[in-house]
Design a protein around this ligand. Structure first.
Ligand code: COA
Length: 330
């Protein structure tokens, strides 16, 4: 095994300007602010209103900010991986579009599909490119325009999701001691029946009938997803801590996927973390799928210190889930 470690050396994120509040949703479906806040913790979410803009444009905003902040020129980037369930199109890949729009002329690109766990799976994949010694600058993007696949007449799902993007730069760790330390990633197709977008793929290509039946929107059976998310994330957080001999006191922050505040609180309690160590911004953004974790890291960047143990954890459609232990590098 190589002794090169991959480190996150920069982070940036972007959420579109338009705020879709619970009050506005009350006018669209039979719901109310009290129900949404008490069941999910969400007060508002951001929506990309311009129909000419897509997931790649959200990603571009995050990437541009990241390159500027880290003093990296677009030509230096060698690999771009974009985690998304709302690619601009089925193909070409959204990472390719992001690279083209930002002038990353020397990078090879691909998308990674693992729903709400996409950012973690992409981060682990990118880390392997660095650890192999083959590449030195890898960009991981999580970008989702969930408003494109949300049915705004379905009160059980339209309250949950928002649009956003985040990006991190991966480079070889300078000290070899900070960076991506460990990952526990899992998949189980048993969850496919509870969370999916039925049409638009090769099983049910888009037809008038699939559109009339609204099959290009998200379908979710919320209760089983909720339960699986709690046990799944709590399990992998505990596993990664055990494997690395860490107690809750040794961990500075937990960065959970933001799907539901009650899920986050249950995971924290099962893994023995006080909520003041848990990053939460779901009230502002809702569930932005592949963007939730980088949106959190970005907002907490100033509070993170070199050497902090941070556990990232996510759960999503598939099911897919996982936890990554990061020793913060800067
Ligand atoms: N406003 C008001 N009432 C609503 C509502 C809304 N927006 N959405 C659903 N309801 C109603 C239901 O119709 C149901 O009414 P009934 O009892 O008369 O049939 C009642 O509220 C309870 O519905 P239920 O679906 O059992 O609620 P819940 O407590 O499970 O909360 C979710 C629903 C979706 C918030 C919750 O299941 C959840 O968060 N699941 C996980 C979702 C998730 O994390 N997905 C992404 C994974 S990455």
């Amino acid at each position: 095994m190589s002794n090169i470690r991959a480190a996150i050396t920069g982070i940036h994120a972007y959420a579109p300007e338009y705020v879709l509040s619970n009050a506005e949703l009350e006018k669209m479906v039979d719901t109310n602010d009290e129900w949404i806040v008490s069941r999910t913790g969400i007060k508002e979410r951001r929506i990309l209103k311009d129909p000419a803009l897509a997931a790649s444009d959200l990603g571009v905003e995050a990437v541009k900010g990241l390159l500027e902040k880290t003093g990296t020129s677009p030509e230096e980037i060698e690999v771009v991986i974009c985690a998304t369930v709302t690619p601009d199109m089925m193909f070409p890949d959204t990472a390719n579009l992001i690279a083209f729009k930002t002038g990353m002329k020397n990078a090879f690109t691909f998308d990674l599909s693992a729903a709400c766990s996409g950012f973690l799976f992409a981060l682990n994949t990118g880390a392997k490119y660095i650890e192999s010694g083959t590449y030195k600058k890898v960009l991981i993007v999580g970008a989702d325009k969930m408003s494109a696949i949300v049915d705004y007449t379905d009160r059980s799902t339209c309250i949950l999701f928002g649009d956003g993007a985040g990006a991190v730069l991966l480079e070889p760790s300078k000290d070899g001691e900070t960076g991506i330390m460990d990952a526990v990633l899992k998949s189980d197709g048993v969850g496919a029946v509870n969370l999916y977008q039925r049409a638009g793929g090769s099983l049910n290509p888009a037809t008038h009938a699939t559109v009339d039946a609204k099959e290009h929107y998200i379908t979710q059976n919320g209760r089983p997803v909720f339960k699986a998310a709690v046990s799944g994330m709590a399990g992998v957080v505990k596993e990664v801590m055990k494997r690395n001999n860490l107690s809750a006191d040794d961990v500075a922050w937990v960065t959970p996927h933001q799907a539901n505040l009650r899920i986050i609180e249950s995971v924290a309690s099962m893994a023995d973390f006080p909520m003041d160590k848990v990053m939460v911004n779901i009230h502002k953004y809702g569930n932005t799928t592949a963007a939730t974790i980088p949106l959190c890291l970005w907002e907490w960047e100033n509070q993170l210190k070199k050497g902090d143990n941070v556990i990232l954890t996510a759960f999503g459609g598939g099911y897919t889930w996982g936890a990554i232990l990061v020793k913060w590098a800067y």
